[in-house]
Design a protein around this ligand. Structure first.
Ligand SMILES: Nc1ncnc2c1ncn2[C@@H]1O[C@H](COP(=O)(O)OP(=O)(O)O)[C@@H](O)[C@H]1O
Ligand SMILES: [Mg+2]
Length: 249
């Protein structure tokens, strides 16, 4: 089969490459012909109003719920048709919308569960102890059930779980949802900002444009399942008409 130029471009990037992606639920199409790519080490915001298709796009990357057509490449590998587990082993981790931590398990147990998914490898970068050294808030709460954590602490735990998979690409789905401005500052800007400085490749799906653009140098905007902007954060910040039309700001 001959690859089109777009498909070649999608495969060539070391981060995430999506070309001509459509996604549907029970035959109802919610993403239309979406193409973009993320280079290794880039931090990109995925913006759009509620229902625009951000979570659907994120789910498609991990071969979760929607039925998809088109191509997805992760770290240069065409993963079209792969299972979510196999994709995750390439080194991409999801911090799901609503955190996805197990409320009945303690902080420690949640971290151990995440580490189970990791390929055994010598000299692993992230261990439970390194998580506790890096995030003292989690160390203090290590024996608490995660249901008793604050929203910010739960988000931190969800990020720590993603790190324990040793992935270099982290996808966060609405990390700021339901958090106080202070928790957004400390947990999201603080922690995710640090990951960015450490060279992680980040895709941050958000409705909170101001927060996302503090972290991301580039933004994508979905509107009714169509990609309507792929450009610099500065360009978007300067374009109020664009913000009004596609983000309702
Ligand atoms: N599991 C699902 N089954 C059917 N429709 C869904 C499902 N998840 C999302 N949708 C629909 O797909 C569209 C995009 O939703 P979603 O991707 O969750 O948007 P966002 O994350 O941007 O808020 C919406 O119309 C939503 O109702
Ligand atoms: Mg969503």
């Amino acid at each position: 089969m001959t690859a089109s130029p777009t498909e070649d471009a999608a495969r060539a990037v070391a981060g995430i490459g999506v070309s001509r992606l459509t996604a549907s639920y029970d035959g109802v199409r919610v993403l239309h012909d979406v193409s973009f790519s993320l280079a290794c080490g880039e931090a990109v915001a995925l913006l759009g109003r509620n229902g625009a298709g951000k979570s659907t796009l994120v789910s498609a990357l991990f071969a979760m719920e929607p039925q998809v057509e088109g191509r997805i490449a992760i770290r240069g590998q065409d993963v079209t048709g792969w299972s979510g587990h196999r994709i995750a082993r390439l080194g991409i981790a999801l911090v799901p919308q609503g955190r996805g931590v197990f409320p009945d398990l303690t902080v420690e147990e949640n971290l151990d569960m995440a580490a189970l998914w990791t390929r055994r490898q010598a000299g692993r970068a992230w261990t439970r102890e390194r998580i506790f050294d890096s995030f003292p808030r989690l160390a203090e709460r290590r024996r608490f059930h995660s249901a008793s954590l604050s929203g910010g602490e739960r988000q931190l735990l969800a990020i720590a779980r993603a790190l324990l998979t040793q992935s270099q690409i982290i996808v966060l789905d609405e990390p700021s949802e339901g958090l106080s401005p202070r928790a957004i500052d400390e947990v999201i800007i603080g922690t995710v900002g640090r990951l960015k400085r450490e060279g992680y490749t980040l895709l941050i799906a958000e409705q909170n444009m101001a927060m996302a653009l503090e972290l991301a140098e580039r933004a994508l905007i979905l509107d009714h399942g169509t990609l309507v902007y792929d450009g610099s954060s500065a360009g978007l910040l300067a374009d109020e008409a664009l913000q009004r039309e596609h983000l309702g700001l």
